[in-house]
Design a binder for this molecule. Structure first.
Ligand SMILES: Cc1cc2nc3c(=O)[nH]c(=O)nc-3n(C[C@H](O)[C@H](O)[C@H](O)COP(=O)(O)O)c2cc1C
Length: 364
């Protein structure tokens, strides 16, 4: 073969691989209205107009993190995002927000296409409110039974998030969740999340039946993220093992596990729990007061890390994939690499296994 023939063959192999990838995530792309089925997971303080529009403009699906915003503030953020992109994006609402109904109304009035209901299992009434308003409802399935229940209640897509992820996490890894859930849910698209930093890994889950993937950590450290330089530098420096979950020291005082970088804050949190426990056992604090003392420790801590850059005492939420963040890079470059890595993996597999004669694959 001449060089040009080799080049042509290589190009054809990539075209074929690209078509395969497009087929694999077609249900996810159709649901989101995007050319790639990659969601930018909502991250409080980080997922605002700049990052969300950058992800959507790069062919992914950006999601605004409403967090503790009030309805007016959310309306302002949606409008500002719409000014930066004409591509689809979503809004993530925390179901325990005291003004949840009003926040849904804000999304509906602003014609946001997709609402992600996070931070607990949404009620059937909230799902209905989203759908009646003309938006699509996405929920989280922490286990198969809950996923099935949500589908019955009208949820239109699910995210399954493994414990590798940054932020509030469940106890089960994506590897196991995917095996438990993907073979059994076919009525709605399922997006995988947690620990994903490469397109070949995303491809593996697409082949298991996922319709797309949600990534957070990788985008938090992108050029367009408004996170403080010190926050991004901490991501670049960290390895996977630095992203640990917060520990609870006494079963009477539950602590919701949050994955973030180990720092002075996480160490102080352990000492704070121990001191609070002593004050409780000595009778100085009631059980409720002690629980509140523990919960209040992290109040404002994510903002302190993301916006003010206090990465030593703030909450530097990050997933285990932080170890694969090697530099601060533009969102478009990150998206491009994810797609090309998936295509590379498909091409490499075809080269390894695609041309075997049927008899060569038979065992014995
Ligand atoms: C800094 C940070 C803040 C986050 N905040 C939220 C949030 O407010 N709501 C939410 O549903 N998920 C939140 N997440 C989870 C992400 O949306 C996403 O599911 C997760 O980051 C995916 O895993 P990965 O970090 O391994 O990519 C947060 C994650 C990070 C890293």
């Amino acid at each position: 073969m001449s060089m040009t023939d080799t080049d042509q063959a290589r190009q054809q192999a990539r075209q074929k691989a690209r078509a395969t990838l497009e087929r694999l995530w077609a249900p996810g792309c159709a649901f989101l209205g995007t050319p790639t089925a990659i969601l930018g997971g909502a991250m409080s303080w980080v997922s605002e107009r700049n990052l969300v529009s950058a992800i959507s403009n790069a062919g992914g699906f950006g999601v605004i993190a409403c967090g503790a915003m009030n309805p007016d503030r959310l309306a302002e953020e949606i409008a500002a995002t719409q000014a930066l992109t004409d591509k689809p994006f979503g809004v993530n609402l925390i179901t325990m927000h005291p003004e949840l109904d009003k926040l849904v109304d804000v999304c509906v009035e602003a014609r946001v296409g997709h609402v992600v209901l996070a931070g607990g299992v949404p009620s059937g009434a909230t799902i209905k409110q989203v759908r009646d308003g003309g938006a699509r409802a996405i929920g989280f399935a922490p286990a198969l039974a809950l996923g099935k229940r949500l589908v019955k209640q009208g949820i239109e897509a699910l995210v399954i998030e493994g414990s590798e992820a940054g932020g509030h996490v469940g106890p089960v890894s994506l590897n196991v969740l995917a095996q438990e859930i993907l073979p059994h849910i076919h009525d709605v698209p399922v997006f995988v999340a947690g620990g994903l930093a490469r397109g070949d890994a995303v491809l593996g889950y697409l082949e298991q039946g996922a319709s797309g993937a949600q990534l957070g950590t990788l985008f938090a450290a992108s050029s367009e993220s408004i996170a403080h330089e010190a926050f991004k530098k901490a991501f670049v420096r960290a390895s996977a093992r630095d992203a640990i979950t917060s520990n609870q020291i006494d079963e009477r005082f539950p602590v919701i596990p949050v994955r973030g970088l180990n720092n002075g804050g996480t160490r102080r949190f352990m000492a704070h729990q121990a001191a609070t426990l002593t004050r409780f056992t000595s009778g100085e604090l009631s059980k409720e007061e002690a629980q509140l003392e523990i919960e209040h420790f992290w109040a404002g801590a994510l903002r302190r890390a993301v916006i003010e850059g206090d990465v030593e005492q703030g909450s530097v939420m990050a997933g285990q994939s932080v170890g694969m963040v090697k530099a601060v890079r533009p969102v478009a470059e990150i998206m491009h690499d994810l797609v090309e890595q998936a295509v590379d993996a498909l091409v490499a597999r075809e080269a390894r296994c695609g041309h075997l004669h049927p008899t060569e694959t038979a065992i014995g």
